[in-house]
Design a protein around this ligand. Structure first.
Ligand code: HEM
Length: 208
């Protein structure tokens, strides 16, 4: 994740697109981790359930992107990377409702925006290694309750590197680069909102 460049020339190489996006979303990732801790602590059953609801909502909002022919043309394994069905099955295992949609989902993104949102979703499979262990401690597994956090075939890091290798080499205009940056931040902001919404729904009295 953090390659060391032994030579001067290499250390002066331009920042990869994925590195740039990583840097400009680090604050939001930290904030999201804090929000998970506050609204959906994944080492408790109610917290884990809220976390899965948030994941389901996010995955359902972007699932069409995973099947978009133009994007599948770039990332051949994109449809298999989609986790909405796994998250839905996890909710059933947890005995939790499918949460109602939250207004403000991503609408008709450009290719650059779509790439950024998918990348945020794919990156979350790395942190999922930690969350999966917590889910196992709660009694769940890759076939029950924690399917969407399970290690993808071929390994987490391999899948992530393969995604970024393609992402980093796509020709994008300056305008599209700016769209990638903004959309990456927007995706994290959306997750924050979904998490807080799910958390508030769970902790406030529901209408009869
Ligand atoms: C659904 C919520 C989350 C999303 C969308 C998300 C997103 C991401 C992304 C995009 C990356 C890759 C960073 C990059 O290289 O650009 C990443 C890495 C990582 N995330 Fe998360 N994350 C989420 C939740 C969490 C949580 C709750 C934790 C802590 C338990 C966590 C821990 C990590 C760790 C440790 C890495 C780095 C893994 C490595 O470099 O080997 N993430 N995450």
């Amino acid at each position: 994740m953090n390659p060391q460049h032994p030579t001067t020339e290499a250390s002066q190489a331009p920042l990869l697109r994925s590195q740039r996006v990583r840097e400009l979303t680090q604050d939001l990732h930290k904030s999201l981790e804090d929000t998970v801790g506050e609204w959906a602590p994944t080492d408790t059953l109610p917290g884990f359930t809220r976390f899965v609801q948030m994941q389901y909502l996010f995955q359902s909002e972007i699932q069409a992107l995973y099947h978009d022919p133009e994007l599948v043309n770039l990332f051949a394994d994109l449809p298999e990377r989609c986790r909405v069905k796994a998250a839905e099955a996890d909710l059933a295992d947890l005995g939790a409702q499918i949460p109602a949609a939250v207004p403000g989902a991503l609408q008709a993104p450009s290719k650059a925006q779509a790439l950024a949102w998918i990348r945020v979703s794919e990156g979350s499979k790395l942190g999922a290694a930690i969350l999966f262990k917590q889910a196992v401690a709660l009694g769940f597994s890759e076939t029950h309750g924690a399917r969407h956090l399970a290690e993808p075939e071929g390994g987490r890091m391999r899948g992530w590197k393969a995604f970024n290798a393609i992402f980093d080499n796509l020709p994008l205009s300056a305008e599209e680069e700016a769209e990638v940056d903004q959309a990456s931040r927007d995706a994290f902001a959306r997750l924050e909102l979904l998490l807080r919404t799910v958390g508030k729904r769970a902790t406030s009295p529901q209408p009869a």
